[in-house]
Ligand binder design. Structure first.
Ligand code: ITT
Length: 206
């Protein structure tokens, strides 16, 4: 597909995720800089596989799947992992299903806290890899957020591991923050900003 000419605001991109929290966060991170089409709006309900051992490969699998299902629409996806130093990078690429199926944010946190019960090193980071397919070309953007894992949950907002993660430089857990506050630190926001910058530059150079 050709790039819509004048600016990024007139572009539309399908966001290849079934995680509604991610849709809300990406929409908040991007604002009105470009139009995001959710899978629901695109009429796509198929499960998207994420069988690989790296965030990058899984992100690419998701965007390629939606690219094919949508007959070649521009789209992007992201894969995110929580990497805990004292657990040698776990749960990492397995973050969504750390405590097995069916996916449960609560059981994942229980398992994480149990595995870290004797850890004095609480260092961890969220890492997001965005995979963008634009005009049949593939691009990647990464964002990380370093922080600490709490010994117990704090706050009720957000999703996933947010109740036990305090980003460096903050006093609150992600769950205690508004979405705007989380965006000041967020791995996802950093990766999204890189994609927007890339799209703006691409259009300027077209
Ligand atoms: P899609 O594959 O459909 O996008 P998903 O939830 O399966 O959705 P991931 O494979 O990227 O997404 O799973 C990453 C998991 O890591 C996710 O299920 C959460 O448990 C956790 N996670 C991701 N981003 C997070 C964030 O910003 N805050 C807290 N936990 C997060």
């Amino acid at each position: 597909m050709d790039l819509p000419a004048e600016n990024v605001r007139s572009m539309k991109l399908i966001f290849a995720t079934h995680n509604q929290h991610k849709v809300e966060e990406i929409q908040s991170a991007i604002g009105n800089q470009l139009k995001i089409i959710s899978l629901r709006e695109a009429g796509i309900s198929q499960e998207i596989p994420e069988p690989h051992d790296t965030l990058r490969e899984n992100a690419l699998e998701k965007s390629r799947t939606i690219y094919l299902l949508s007959n070649g629409e521009d789209c992007f996806s992201e894969d995110t992992g929580l990497e805990v130093d004292s657990l040698r990078g776990e749960p990492g690429v397995r973050s969504a299903r750390y405590a097995g199926e069916p996916v449960s944010f609560s059981r994942n946190i229980d398992k994480l806290l149990a595995n870290m019960s004797h850890s004095t090193d609480r260092n961890a980071r969220f890492r997001t890899v965005i995979s963008l397919i634009l005009n049949d070309q593939e691009y990647f953007f990464e964002g990380t957020c370093n922080g600490q894992i709490l010994a117990e949950r704090r706050g009720v907002g957000g999703f996933g591991y947010d109740p036990v993660f305090v980003p460096d430089g903050a006093a609150k857990s992600f769950s205690e923050m508004t979405m705007e506050e989380k965006n000041l630190f967020s791995h996802r926001k950093k990766a999204a900003d890189k994609m927007i910058l890339f799209l703006n530059q691409k259009i300027l150079n077209t």
